[in-house]
Write a protein that binds this ligand. Structure first.
Ligand code: ISL
Ligand code: CA
Length: 536
């Protein structure tokens, strides 16, 4: 295994279903990733994270696994995966897999057994409680809507699921479950996988079922299964395995607060870094707030400065496209956003298509929806709304936008497939594609290069200025100064009263990267989406 210098790295996230299809079935596959390794290498990243490729009924995009040891046939075979691993390593790219161990598919043999009877040896692999169809064990809700319990009339009990009913939660209190999971984790690491992105990892531990939910707003409903005490024991056991292989690990740890994150991610922590989910807060219309984003980022950067490490990202397979959430759809806004996060302290991730400025999809029909939970939501809304209104409501802030196929070229189906794509391709592909839209790609290349060439940017200190400014993000990374106007309006910055900028050394600042090169001045009027990176 290659050395795990995660502080120097940049990752690229691949949603395999939508990356590149090579056999014409309209679904991206492992051979497609292999084909595009040169593209990924050209971008300059150090590792790829691939969303789940295990055998799965695909009720939740592969996050419902029915065999942890098999590759889903849609994506290829284990042989293909070994080739991918080998070739990636040849290209100098590490490969991390999604590790989905909070739950399995309801089609996993463990659950099929577990369901059979109360005294089945696998019964305690999952969370079963006495219930009736009318009286479920408690009022807890699932992330995807509806009760977190599904009643089974055969055995007159209900099982717990934090997500879809097809995703029963594993019983982590059961040592046999943990042994099975640890065996599987070791198996993939033995195969040569470089690490994992730990899915929904903060939900492993649950509060006693008698816990009464205190608030139905914000994170309130998830309190009884988000970073609940006792989870430390499971994470410590997992960490021991990761450490023994030098695995690269990133936890998706919703509910772990920025103040708690150092304990999760310092040298003694369970994982190398975690994804915060707080900056994803959006209005109902799907728009994020620049100031909200800025405040969350600054807090996480400050709270993890002395100890701990951040995972940095703008997009993933669960979020709409950042160019539409925080930007105004323009390339200039996408560039400003790129600069705003790629030079922060932490390990940045780029989500497929983000480097091309891929946009949210203009949904016109419910036939274009693919996620089961979104379709269910749509159907529920039909009782009160017209089809058009319901579609508008479910798509204005939806993870579906992130999942449309990669736009490789202006050829048929954007060069994604020769068949019929499993999900519609964005109609803007003749303009927005990997062959034509090179400006943003090149900016990402430069930003990655800056990280690789400068210790200060990879792991130096960070200090923020103009913290209350509503749209401009300003920070220093030791000898570097980063200024980004994320707003659509001009902005004025007066550095003359900021102590760090009053001495003579600031006249040494020279431009290293900018939207429009110009010298640093103590009084600066910034154009919309202007960015300036200076070095002393
Ligand atoms: O805590 C949450 C919301 O406040 C959730 O964000 C939750 O942690 C997150 O949605 C988990 O997402 C991951 O697991 C899901 C899967 O559908 C997502 O695609 C994946 O990213 C279930 O496995
Ligand atoms: Ca295919």
């Amino acid at each position: 295994m290659m050395e795990n210098d995660f502080r120097k790295m940049v990752g690229y996230q691949i949603y395999p279903k939508s990356f590149k299809d090579t056999n014409g079935d309209g679904i991206g596959d492992l051979q497609g990733i292999i084909e595009k390794l040169p593209y990924i290498q050209q971008l300059g990243v150090d590792f790829i994270w691939i969303n789940p490729i295990y055998k799965s009924p695909q009720v939740d995009g592969g996050y419902d696994i029915s065999d942890y040891y098999a590759i889903d046939e849609r994506f290829g075979s284990l042989e293909d995966f070994k080739t991918l691993l080998h070739k990636s390593h040849e290209y100098g790219l590490k490969v991390i897999m999604d590790l989905v161990v909070n739950h399995t598919s309801d089609q996993h043999p463990w659950f099929l057994e577990s369901k059979k009877s109360k005294d089945n040896p696998y019964r305690d692999f999952y969370l079963w409680e006495d219930a009736t169809a009318q009286q479920l064990p408690n009022e807890w809700r699932s992330f995807f809507g509806g009760s977190a319990w599904t009643y089974d009339k055969e055995t007159e009990q209900a099982y717990f699921h934090a997500f879809a009913k097809e995703q029963p939660d594993l019983n982590w209190k059961n040592p046999k479950v943990r042994q099975e999971i640890y065996k599987m984790v070791r198996w993939w690491l033995e195969l040569g996988v470089d690490g994992f992105r730990l899915d929904a990892i903060s939900h492993l531990q649950k509060m006693p079922w008698s816990y009464k939910i205190k608030s139905w707003r914000g994170d309130g409903p998830w309190v009884p299964f988000m970073n609940v005490s006792g989870i430390e024991d499971y994470m410590t056991e997992l960490k021991a395995i990761f450490d023994s292989y030098g695995a690269l690990t990133v936890g998706e740890a919703s509910g772990v607060r920025s103040m708690q994150a150092p304990d999760w991610t310092d040298e003694k922590g369970y994982v190398n870094m975690i994804f915060e989910l707080e900056h994803n807060v959006r209005k109902a219309n799907g728009r994020g707030s620049i100031y909200g984003y800025k405040k969350v980022i600054m807090r996480w950067q400050n709270d993890l400065l002395a100890r701990g490490w951040n995972a940095l990202y703008l997009e993933n397979h669960d979020q709409p496209r950042s160019i539409d959430v925080f930007g105004n759809g323009s390339l200039a806004s996408a560039k400003a956003l790129a600069v705003s996060y790629m030079l922060l302290r932490g390990t940045p991730f780029i989500y497929q298509g983000q480097e091309l400025g891929m946009r949210n999809f203009p949904f016109t029909s419910s036939d274009q929806l693919r996620s089961e939970e979104v379709i269910a939501q749509y159907e529920n809304l039909l009782t009160d709304l017209s089809a058009q209104e319901a579609l508008q409501k479910v798509t204005q802030d939806s993870r579906e936008h992130a999942r449309t196929p990669m736009q490789w070229s202006d050829k048929a189906n954007a060069g994604f497939t020769t068949g019929r794509p499993w999900m519609d391709i964005h109609p803007n592909y003749p303009q927005v594609n990997a062959e034509k839209q090179t400006e943003l790609f090149e900016l990402y290349q430069k930003l990655i290069q800056l990280r690789h060439d400068n210790q200060a940017i990879a792991s130096g200190s960070i200090y923020f200025y103009f913290e209350r400014h509503p749209q401009v993000l300003v920070y220093t990374r030791d000898e570097f100064l980063v200024i980004v106007n994320l707003g659509t309006k001009k902005a004025h910055l007066d550095f003359s009263k900021v102590e760090a900028f009053t001495d003579g050394s600031v006249s040494n600042y020279h431009s290293v990267l900018s939207s429009q090169p110009r010298p640093f001045e103590r009084s600066m009027s910034l154009a919309p989406f202007e960015y300036q990176v200076y070095k002393k």
